[in-house]
Design a binder for this molecule. Structure first.
Ligand code: 13P
Ligand code: SF4
Length: 302
């Protein structure tokens, strides 16, 4: 393992590359990354960087967003098949349908989406900025796509607007059920329950805190409490335990991992950087349309 890490560091230097990693990729990949963060933080880093190559240790929509924001850079994916199923649960046709039904409508697209879906939307959001951004929109009707759970959570925080929901969801977060949370709370009665807004509304109703991966980590780190039940993908445990060695973190249940994020291994990071393979390419016409919604997100999130 030491050899491969050395090789990655040498390649990064030689090629003037940067490695961006999401909190859900395996621990050893988070360890060698230049920046680890939530989707919002990583999109800002992708836009700002002056590196020539961006290796995106995450799923495809993240690499595509990086390419949209910084098209002159080479964006490489360690595993081209690491894709988020929810990104494909929204359709351009459903957006057209909503636009036909409502005059004063904004189409709000979660960043976990395809480039085509972004291109047909009005603004992009991530789990850490969705509430702030939707509150700033002048429109009364909001079509939220593709995640119904994040959509319902945002609606609960912005009650004066009318929401229409696409029916997508994250299979990983959706599988966390209230009964499992009840059991985890019974096993750890002192623990606070921190949940990602991709969880179902009946699970979020049981949470002491709701936020993005970064939000969960910041909340647990700042809290005087010492025990936490974590309602999101288990990759966040790496940062949670590194930053808080004296606190205890428990998953709600046993298999809280995203198979796509776990496809990103050190070998694949090294290979894509060494061979410059799995480059993200986008049709320029669609990219131009889609980048507008990401730029609008970066502007409105300020
Ligand atoms: P955040 O990193 O924005 O919390 O999103 C979680 C997620 O599911 C990314 O795919
Ligand atoms: Fe997609 Fe869920 Fe995996 Fe995030 S955890 S990448 S939303 S499948």
């Amino acid at each position: 393992m030491a050899d491969i890490v050395e090789e990655i560091y040498a390649l990064k230097k030689e090629k003037h590359a940067i490695i961006l990693a999401h909190y859900y990729v395996p621990d050893e990949v988070q360890e060698i990354a230049d920046y680890v963060g939530d989707s919002f933080f990583l999109s800002k880093k992708a836009k700002e960087t002056d590196a020539e190559i961006i290796v995106f240790a995450g799923v495809l929509f993240m690499g595509e967003s990086a390419k949209m924001l910084n098209p002159q850079k080479k964006v490489l994916m360690p595993d081209r098949t690491a894709d988020c199923p929810m990104a494909h649960m929204g359709t351009v046709a459903s957006i057209a349908q909503a636009r036909a039904a409502y005059d004063d409508l904004a189409v709000v697209c979660y960043i976990n989406s395809t480039t085509a879906l972004k291109a047909a939307s009005d603004v992009c959001v991530t789990s850490s900025n969705a509430v702030t951004i939707v509150k700033k929109l002048p429109n009364h009707h909001i079509f939220f796509t593709p995640d119904r759970n994040l959509g319902h959570y945002v609606a609960s925080q912005v009650p004066d607007k009318h929401f229409i929901y696409n029916n997508g969801f994250c299979p990983r977060h959706e599988s966390i059920e209230p009964a499992a949370v009840t059991a985890a709370k019974a096993a750890h009665p002192e623990a606070l329950f921190l949940a990602h807004p991709e969880c179902r509304p009946d699970v979020l109703a049981m949470a002491d805190y709701i936020g993005s991966t970064s939000g969960i980590i910041q909340y647990a780190s700042a809290s005087a409490q010492r025990e936490f039940i974590i309602g999101t993908e288990e990759g966040v445990f790496y940062e949670l335990t590194t930053a808080n060695p004296h606190k205890q973190f428990y998953p709600v249940m046993g298999d809280q991992y995203c198979i796509n994020m776990k496809k990103v291994t050190l070998d694949k990071v090294r290979n894509c950087l060494r061979d410059e393979t799995n480059e993200v390419t986008l049709d320029e016409t669609i990219r131009r349309k889609a980048v507008g919604v990401l730029d609008k997100m970066l502007e409105l999130a300020k």
